[in-house]
Ligand binder design. Sequence first.
Ligand code: PXP
Length: 262
Amino acid sequence: MPRFEPLRLGVNIDHVATIRNARGGAHPDPLRAAELAVAAGADGITAHLREDRRHIRDADIDRLKAELTVPLNFEMAATREMVAIALRHRPHAACIVPERREERTTEGGLDAAGQIANLRPIVDELGAAGIRVSLFIAPDPRQIEAATELGAPVVELHTGTYCEAHESGADAFAAETHRLVEAARHGAAAGLEIHAGHGLSYDTVGPVAAIAAVRELNIGHFLIGEAVFVGLEASIRRMRVAMDEARGFGQNRIDPIHQTVR
Ligand code: PXP
């Protein structure tokens, strides 16, 4: 029987900045959203400073780092510019993500296995500065092995394909859930801390939250979208309940292997 450690929720506030930037000005303020998220049960705040600054800007990172009372997870591309910014701010964690200018969102995981030589100095430099490095990878054994080889302490498993499979029927969803379960076990057995995220919603969070090896989920777009209807605190509180219930701290517990409620 796997042991269930508490599951942390990192709330990604990028899309508060997307809305702000649609009109210029300062409203809605991502820092205010971050503070509300913490009040609603977020254990950490995640923000992605993209090369094109399409949502989060440098000044947002300055303010988040100065004001937040919870860990900041700084999402960044593997570039010298972003390494310099991370070293200046020393966030609790840095999650290295693939980034292409033309993409709408982070499509797919980092090819850690194909970029060992490029990633090694970055992982080493951030780690030496006391920043907890995470690699955002597909739930793929090759990528887990590359993360281990690089000495990254954490991997975040990309749940985008898993969430898309939810729309494609039960068999596809079961297959993608199985991939995540296997990758989480494999990574944890190799000594990695396992996080997961991308595209998660109330409908898809349960089976991922029920994987004992998963220690943190990072969720953004759905929560900010849902906040339009119910408010940010309510949208996050409901996610927290869904996570805790799946984890076995609520009424139901989802079987982490067979993904059934028992
Ligand atoms: N984790 C990582 C590494 C991401 O890049 C993103 C999206 O920026 C998320 C989690 C959150 O994804 P979503 O906004 O779809 O919940």
